[in-house]
Design a protein around this ligand. Structure first.
Ligand SMILES: *[C@@H]1O[C@H](CO)[C@@H](O)[C@H](O)[C@H]1NC(C)=O
Length: 424
């Protein structure tokens, strides 16, 4: 008995030491990533809880470990479940004002958007493959209860909320895509089957040269295809009132299985703590890998680092509240209301360069990035740099980088001449 405990303690101490930030090159921490891999590969369905869990449990057991979770019927008492009829929504969105709509569910969420009056959306979506995805109105926010597990500063401070609605033909699927933020997907009405793939396996997924952030080739029988290619994955069947936690950067595929679906999606950013560390060259490549390959390897590295990162303590002073008691970065509002929220010091970010300053080839020294970090040429430079160099900045900057990518930017990035090769 004593020996057993001794053994366990040593493992535990090693694990903690490894988590202790700085010294975690991924060769050293390979062991802890393999612990996560083992657990994940032995599972086929997402873990579930029959009810909502506490912020502490949610944060330390699931978010910090990037472990997906279904909380059954956690939103079953939302007023939204009863009151969000079409008439109510038409009145709430204020008839004339327009909502953002994607045509063709396989183009969701990155494809181009139509802007329609909501009434026209409801009429047209009876015969057309249209999906509404827009910010809820302030009135709609008051029909939702802020999920108990999210009532903490870390989650609520930069929370975004989106409303989805679709009523055209059941059993339609999105492509396989990912989102750079953490997510809690809530079924207000309808049902869905969700398939998830950890970013640790990004490089195993097939890719299409035309797509960077999505994979549409897998669309039918996705589970069969993933199984036949030996790619570990998890599935969850969601019904009215269920909530699903989807970790950031995880590949997700959603099949809407009812003929009328209404969802609410909560998003919040999860950031790595920057730590200075010098960069090192991974490989001497004659040719840079494709954008798809670079991005996927970056996704894997991001997850590996995330899993061994120290966890900041949780801060939860807030109690029972409606969604409308919080201020969001989203929410349909007038420019004046928006200004009132966005005048704090919160949004002036002048962070030092997160990449290795001492490396002359790092994006810190690429002029365009210095002037405009959102320019497509800068994003491309970073992707190319990160496929040649191990640099902590690559993982830290990934969510911000991805948040800036839309379909047009993506096309520019993949077709331009290599700025990295030109500069170095
Ligand atoms: C939920 O969906 C069902 C059909 O699937 C529909 O009859 C009902 O009206 C919907 N509820 C709301 C509030 O929209």
């Amino acid at each position: 008995m004593v020996m057993d405990c001794h053994h366990l303690c040593v493992i535990f101490i090693l694990f903690r030491a490894c988590q202790g930030e700085l010294h975690c090159k991924h060769e050293d921490c390979g062991d802890s990533t393999s612990l996560y891999k083992e657990r994940y590969e032995s599972q086929t369905v997402v873990e579930e809880s029959p009810y909502m869990i506490s912020p502490d449990d949610f944060y330390y057991k699931f978010v910090a470990e990037h472990r997906p979770l279904v909380m059954r019927r956690a939103a079953k008492n939302w007023p939204a479940n009863k009151v969000w009829t079409q008439d109510y929504l038409i009145q709430s969105f204020n008839e004339g004002s327009q909502v953002s709509v994607t045509k063709g569910i396989q183009n969701f969420p990155f494809g181009s958007k139509l802007h329609l009056p909501i009434k026209e959306f409801f009429v047209r979506s009876m015969q057309e493959d249209l999906m509404l995805c827009d910010k809820p109105t302030t009135q709609m926010l008051s029909d939702m209860t802020a999920p108990l597990c999210l009532r903490c500063q870390q989650f609520m401070k930069k929370m975004k909320v989106l409303y989805w609605s679709r009523q055209y033909q059941s059993d339609a699927s999105t492509s396989l895509f990912f989102h750079p933020d953490e997510q809690l997907l809530t079924v207000v009405n309808g049902s869905a089957k969700v398939t998830l793939v950890s970013p640790l396996y990004s490089e195993k997924l097939p890719f299409n040269p035309e797509e960077l952030l999505t994979i549409s080739r897998l669309n039918t029988d996705i589970i069969l295809k993933l199984s036949s290619e030996g790619i570990p994955h998890l599935t969850a069947d969601l019904h009215k009132g269920d909530m699903l936690y989807i970790p950031q950067m995880w590949w997700q595929h959603v099949t809407l299985s009812a003929d009328y679906n209404q969802f609410v999606q909560f998003f919040w950013p999860s950031k790595m703590t920057p730590n200075l560390q010098s960069s090192s060259k991974t490989k001497d490549l004659n040719q840079l890998p494709s954008m798809q390959a670079s991005l996927r390897s970056l996704l894997r590295k991001y997850e590996e680092r995330f899993l061994v990162m120290g966890v900041p303590p949780l801060d939860c002073p807030l109690q029972d509240k409606r969604m409308s008691d919080y201020t969001f970065e989203t929410g349909k509002m007038s420019p004046e209301e928006y200004q009132a929220i966005h005048n704090g010091p919160d949004f002036t970010e002048d962070e030092p360069c997160n990449f290795d300053m001492s490396n002359q080839q790092s994006p810190c020294h690429f002029d365009t990035c210095f002037e405009d970090a959102e320019a497509p040429i800068c994003i491309r430079y970073i992707l190319e740099y990160c496929s040649r160099w191990e640099d902590r900045g690559c993982a830290i900057e990934l969510p911000q980088l991805l948040n800036k990518m839309d379909k047009v930017t993506m096309e520019q990035i993949t077709t331009m001449k290599s700025p990295y090769l030109q500069a170095n």
